[in-house]
Design a protein around this ligand. Structure first.
Ligand SMILES: Cc1cc2nc3c(=O)[nH]c(=O)nc-3n(C[C@H](O)[C@H](O)[C@H](O)COP(=O)(O)OP(=O)(O)OC[C@H]3O[C@@H](n4cnc5c(N)ncnc54)[C@H](O)[C@@H]3O)c2cc1C
Length: 504
C-alpha cells in the first residue's frame, strides 16, 4: 500500500516532533526548513572557543515526575542525556547587596522567603501552601484535546478536582498583580519575574513545582545538542529533511491544501501539509489570509506575544564561580534599548553549570533585554547599518560596564562578545516581529491552545509555539504529537508512539 505523503514547513522542534510521530505511524514525511540547521530557536552557535546557548534554561520532562518524561522518551533515550538540576533557580538583589534566593526545593524556598521578608509571612505561607498543593499536579499529555470524548473530559475534570481551589485563587492574576500583595520590595520583584509581569502567576507556581520535583533540568551540551537528538530520531525513523528550503506559499485548490511552493519557485505536493513555522506568516502570507474567522483574527489582533530580544553573550577569561546561575540586579541608570524601551533591571545568566560551553577557566554569560520594537531595529538594519552596529556596540558596552560594577575586574578579561537583535531573531526563525517564544500565557488565555486546523481549509494542519500558547519545548513536542494523532484519527489509524515500529 502506498504511504501517504506529508510535507512539514519548518524543522524546529515542533516540526521534528510531528515528523517523528508521523513516521512511527507509517506516513512518508518531508520537512522543508529554510535554514541550514534544524531545531529552530532551540539552538546554540560557536563563537571563538565558546558555545553560545540560546534556548534551554530548563526542560520540563527531564525527570519522571512529569508525564512529559514519557513523551520525550517516546522519541529519545533520556538516560543518554546528562541533566543538571540546580538548587537555586534565581536570585534577586538590591543596590545594597541584599538578596532573596528562589530555591528549587519548596521547604528551602519557604525558609528563605520567611527569613528575608518576615513582614510577608501570611502571604508567603499561602503561596507555599499553593505550591505544595500543585506539586502533584500533572498535565494530561496522552491524548490530543480535539480527540477527547466525554469520558476523557470527565476523567480530566476528576483529576483536576484537588487543584481547583488553588487554580481559582491564582488563575486570574498576572505576576504583576500578585506581586502587589507583598510588602517586601525584593519579594515583590521575585513575584513579578516569576516568570514575567504580564504572565499568569499560576504558571510561575507550576514551574516552581517542576523544579521541586526535579523534572525541569538543563541538558549538558546545550540546546542544539538536544535538538540534534530529536533530528537524529526523526531521520532514523526514515524522515527526510530538505535544508535551505524557504517556503513562500501553501498551494491550495478547492479549499484543500496540496503542498508548497518555495521562494525559488519549486513546487512540492503531498496528501497533507503541516506548518510548524511562524503562525502569522503561515496564515497571512503563505495562505494570504484566506482561511481565518472572527475568533482567530481577534486572537491575532489582541493576544499578547513574547517580546523579541537583544541577546548579549560575553565570554570572560575568568572562572566567575561565585556568581549564581541567574541574578537579577537593579541598574544604577536604565539601559535604553531603543526609543520605546528601557530596562531598569538586568538578569545575569552565568552558564558555569555547563562546562562544555566555555574553555576551562572561562565563563559564558548571557543577557536577555526584551523589546517589542521590532520595527525600529528593522528600519535601522535596512536604512542605517552603521547606526545599527553602533547601537549594538553601545548596549554591549553598557552591559559590560554594569558587569564590571557588580562583579569587579571583568572588562579586561572579556575575550568574546556577540549581540543578536530582533532582526537576527526574525531572520533566523521567521517568527513574527522576532518574538522569541510565540504567545504569552496570560490569565486571559489560561491553558487554552489554538486549533491545529484553519477554518475552511482541508488537509492542512498547524503545530508549534503559535498553536501551543506559552510555547516551550514540551508544549511544542505535544503540539506536534497531537497533530500526528489527529491525522491518524482522520485516516482511521490507531495512533502509535513507539519508535521501534518503523514502517520501511
Ligand atoms: C531565548 C529563549 C529561551 C527559551 N527558553 C526555554 C526554556 O528554558 N525551556 C523551554 O522549554 N523552552 C524555551 N524556549 C522556547 C522554545 O525554544 C520554543 O518555544 C520552541 O523551540 C519553539 O519551537 P517551534 O518549532 O514551534 O518554533 P521555531 O523554533 O521557531 O521553529 C520554526 C522553524 O520553522 C522554520 N521556518 C520558518 N519559516 C519558514 C519558511 N517560510 N520555510 C521553511 N522553514 C521556515 C524556521 O527556520 C524554524 O526552524 C526558549 C526560547 C528562546 C528563544
Amino acid at each position: 500500500m502506498d504511504r501517504k505523503r506529508i510535507i512539514i514547513i519548518g524543522g524546529g522542534m515542533a516540526g521534528l516532533c510531528a515528523g517523528a510521530y508521523l513516521q512511527m505511524n507509517g506516513y512518508d514525511v518531508t520537512i522543508f526548513e529554510k535554514n541550514s540547521t534544524a531545531g529552530g530557536v532551540c539552538t546554540s552557535w560557536k563563537k571563538g572557543n565558546y558555545t553560545i546557548d540560546l534556548c534551554i534554561h530548563w526542560l520540563v520532562g527531564s525527570g519522571p515526575a512529569s508525564s512529559f518524561y514519557e513523551r520525550w522518551s517516546e522519541l529519545i533515550d533520556l538516560n543518554e542525556v546528562k541533566f543538571v538540576n540546580r538548587d537555586e533557580y534565581f536570585r534577586v538583589e538590591d543596590e545594597h547587596g541584599n538578596y532573596i534566593r528562589v530555591f528549587s526545593h519548596i521547604e528551602r524556598l519557604e525558609h528563605e522567603f520567611l527569613l528575608r521578608a518576615p513582614e510577608d509571612e501570611d502571604e508567603i505561607r499561602m503561596f507555599t501552601h499553593g505550591l505544595r498543593c500543585l506539586a502533584t499536579f500533572d498535565m494530561q499529555t496522552e491524548k490530543a484535546p480535539e480527540l477527547a470524548n466525554l469520558w476523557d473530559r470527565l476523567k480530566s475534570f476528576i483529576r483536576l478536582i484537588p487543584y481547583l481551589g488553588t487554580f481559582q485563587k491564582y488563575m486570574n492574576l498576572t505576576c504583576r498583580q500578585y506581586s502587589e500583595r507583598f510588602k517586601n520590595p525584593l519579594l515583590k520583584k521575585v513575584m513579578q519575574n516569576l516568570p514575567g509581569p504580564d504572565m499568569g502567576i499560576i504558571f510561575g507556581m507550576i514551574t516552581l513545582t517542576w523544579f521541586h520535583n526535579k523534572t525541569a533540568g538543563y541538558p549538558i551540551g546545550g540546546s542544539l545538542a538536544f535538538s540534534e537528538r530529536i533530528l537524529e530520531a526523526y531521520v532514523q525513523l526514515g524522515g527526510k529533511i530538505v535544508f535551505n528550503a524557504d517556503v513562500h506559499k501553501i498551494l491550495t485548490a478547492n479549499n484543500t491544501a496540496l503542498g508548497i511552493e518555495l521562494v525559488n519557485g519549486q513546487r512540492h505536493t503531498a496528501d497533507y501539509t503541516i506548518s510548524a513555522a511562524d503562525g502569522h506568516a503561515t496564515i497571512f502570507e503563505m495562505l494570504e489570509g484566506r482561511y481565518t474567522d472572527a475568533e482567530l483574527l481577534k486572537f491575532y489582533r489582541t493576544a499578547k506575544r513574547f517580546p523579541s530580544l537583544i541577546f548579549i553573550s560575553i565570554g570572560v577569561r575568568r572562572k566567575l564561580s561565585r556568581l549564581p546561575n541567574m541574578t537579577l540586579i537593579p541598574l544604577p541608570e536604565p539601559i535604553i534599548v531603543d526609543p520605546e524601551t528601557s530596562v531598569n533591571d538586568l538578569i545575569i545568566h552565568t552558564h558555569n553549570y555547563d562546562p562544555t560551553l566555555a574553555p576551562a577557566g572561562s565563563t559564558l554569560l548571557t543577557f536577555m533585554l526584551e523589546t517589542y520594537n521590532y520595527d525600529y531595529w528593522n528600519d535601522l538594519h535596512r536604512h542605517d547599518k552603521r547606526r545599527y552596529d553602533n547601537e549594538k556596540a553601545r548596549i554591549l558596552a553598557e552591559v559590560i560596564q554594569v558587569l564590571e560594577k557588580r562583579v569587579g575586574d571583568v572588562a579586561r578579561y572579556v575575550e568574546m562578545t556577540d549581540v543578536a537583535t530582533p532582526v537576527s531573531f526574525r531572520n533566523f526563525s521567521g517568527n513574527w516581529n522576532g518574538s522569541f517564544e510565540g504567545w504569552l500565557m496570560t490569565p486571559e488565555t489560561g491553558l487554552k491552545h489554538l486549533s491545529h486546523t484553519l477554518p475552511g481549509l482541508q488537509n492542512f494542519y498547524m503545530c508549534g509555539q503559535w498553536v501551543a500558547v506559552g510555547g516551550g519545548l514540551p508544549g511544542v513536542l505535544l503540539s506536534g504529537r497531537d497533530t500526528a494523532q489527529i491525522i491518524c484519527h482522520k485516516d482511521g489509524l490507531r495512533f502509535e508512539a513507539d519508535k521501534t515500529l518503523v514502517i520501511a
